[in-house]
Design a protein around this ligand. Sequence first.
Ligand code: ASP
Length: 325
Amino acid sequence: MNKNRRSFVKKIGLALVVSPVASVLAKNNTVRSNNVNKPVVISTWNHGLDANAAAWEILKNNGSAVDAVEAGVRVPESDPNNTSVGLGGFPDRDGNVTLDACIMDQHQNCGSVAFLQGIQNPISVARLVMDKTPHVMLVGAGAKSFALKNGFKHENLLTDKAKKAWQEWVKKSKYQPIINVENHDTIGMLALDQNGNLSGACTTSGAAFKMNGRVGDSPIIGAGLYVDNEVGAATATGLGELVMKTVGSHLVVELMRQGLSPNEACKKAVERIAEKLDDYKKYQVGFLALNKKGECGSYCIQKGFNYAWKDEKNEKLVDAEYWVK
Ligand code: ASP
């Protein structure tokens, strides 16, 4: 062992003895604290504040991360004024509100629904797919009949506000996703509970005025959401096609596995989009990540993406760093 290495090892050894919060030499040779910040919940956009508050009620009472994320994202799903999730979501170009959602827990279990119509809380249908079926994903009429058989009620999800916006859109019928236009798109939520377990949920009405039948990244495990309880969790918002082409959330988790911080991992995933997809500058994508130690981070293509963060000390909105300067 050379001299430098010897004195370095000595210092680290000393730190482990004298410090009540032990430090470890991580794989990428950075010294990191062993302190775990838990419980913690983070979620995309402004609507994450209210959603986090609902999740926190469960987390603070020693509830599980998976219960917390389900309860959290149900809040914007049930809000008729939120035009990008659940009830009140903008319809497709034919006037149909079609919903996508998925959920993933600490055991690698996952459930997902896509192209689901007439059910206000698709995340709870996804949860039931996870808990009660041998499958991961149900879509369209099959997902609907599964929901109805399990006690969910059919309702009209097209509010007057969303209908008016669609009727306006139909006049020109020009499909052009607009960056950050409402600042409250898909909700992706990630939580670490008091037992140190991670889970995530993601739910959306998808891109406004999409083609009938279009499904984006949000219900796709690995694209809109991914959780690996050994490493961390990630979720995405923005134009789903870009996220699907790069399997974004899975990429973020794998980058954290290699030793990157949540922030660095989200940045690398945005870099991947910029490297591979020519027209990325026209669109927004934001990634959000949480690691096993309760550290969170985010990164997006364009200025304007933010996320809500709640733990014992914080309850705030954080602006994400961005790629296009
Ligand atoms: N990612 C969603 C989708 O493409 C939409 C969004 O987050 O705004 O369906």
